[in-house]
Design a protein around this ligand. Sequence first.
Ligand code: ACM
Ligand code: ZN
Length: 483
Amino acid sequence: MISIVPKPVKMQETGGTVPSSAETVCAMDESLPEEAYRISIRNDRITITAGSEKGLNYGKATMKQVRLQCPESIPCMEIEDAPAYPYRSFHMDCARHFFTVEEVKKMIDTASLFKLNSFHWHISDDQGFRIESEAFPRLQEISAKRKGDHFGKFSSDPEEHYYYKRTEVKDLVSYAAERGVDIVPEIDMPGHVTAILAAYPELSCTGAAVEVGTRQGIFPDIFCPGKEETFDFIERLWDDLLPLFPGKYIHIGGDESPKDRWQTCPACKKRMEEEGLINFQELQGYMENRIAKHLEAKGKQVICWNEAAYGKNLENNVNIQMWTEDREESIKAHIARGGHIILSTMMNSYCDYPYGFISLKSLYGQLEAGDRFGQEYMDAAIGTECLCWAEFINTPEHLEEMAWPRFAASAECGWSGKNGHDYKDFKRRLTDVFPLFAAQNINAAPPADWEPGKLKTLGQIKDFFGNFTKEEIDAMKAASKRV
Ligand code: ACM
Ligand code: ZN
């Protein structure tokens, strides 16, 4: 039996074989849904039929896995396939550590082989802003530069200065599109903006000078939603970047925004009085809605992290990306108004943690994690995402080892949904297609690491949490209560 990841909807061997050198014919059938495809292997011929280029790409990705397992002759079979969810995303954090265009392309290549169709590109955080802006050149002159790298056990003092040129972004976007992947850029705000504030301090409540971050954490200086100039900046920045990103979705962040500065800011107070906002979570909701409205007027759909819904005033057309499971009632309220979500809660989606802490099986549990919140929640899901933050990852080899094959488990949740959802069977198929990673020159974690035993797990957890001092952990816990 041939193994395919993600599991196709229907796959039937029909007897006999064709040589693997057989001609492959691609055909269009516009009656098929955009992402669906069919493969027919018979009469010395392999036919891939789809309703779009995307569908054809998926058919080719499936054939790549088939050929890998059948170098000489391929069993005759019929495959019919289509995704369960329209949004199947993977994430990279190029703000904390920069990855070159070539390194990002390699991730896109491999993601497309598992039928992931969206790349959530985290390009701005406290420790760096990574895209050339024509409207705000200080973003590449100042916000893209930092005094070394002091994340956990890393220690490096020489100045770093990295960003993607607009020509590189254009190249990457079209490279991804050719592989059926849309790029979803994220400029995180109102929190995680220390790098932007280093260049434009007037956008915070106090206007105090700050430096681009060199350590991990949650920082108190965030954008001031009381000032009109903050909105002018955000809108002009997106207007500057939107021509680079033709895809449907834009991510505007919204996580981990402690309200310390807003509490004592006269401009924020005035805004709340004028808008009738009764708490700081509502003030954040107001801010998200304003940015979303601007982007929606340009034909985009917006995604925010789940904290943006805490005020319960987020417009229902804003999609919520779940990462924490806190304040569940705010998500339920959003869904009740017709809002949608993305399944990506931390313990089933974050691949920057060691396998002993968040295993391959945990990633395969994304759907079950969603089920815990009830059927309305699952009905509101547009899809799934797997993530890899990069505070403690600064080489492509390490990134690849953390991402793969965990990203493939999330890809199957998004593509196959509950159809044949069975971890043991997934692991068997994944083992069969595992040589694909070597063929892609990807440094994937080997099967023995997918669910490490107790001893190895303890070592991994001790090693990982050795990146934090007790004071840093206490400070992060305290800050996350003030979001
Ligand atoms: C997040 O992990 N702060 C979205
Ligand atoms: Zn303010």
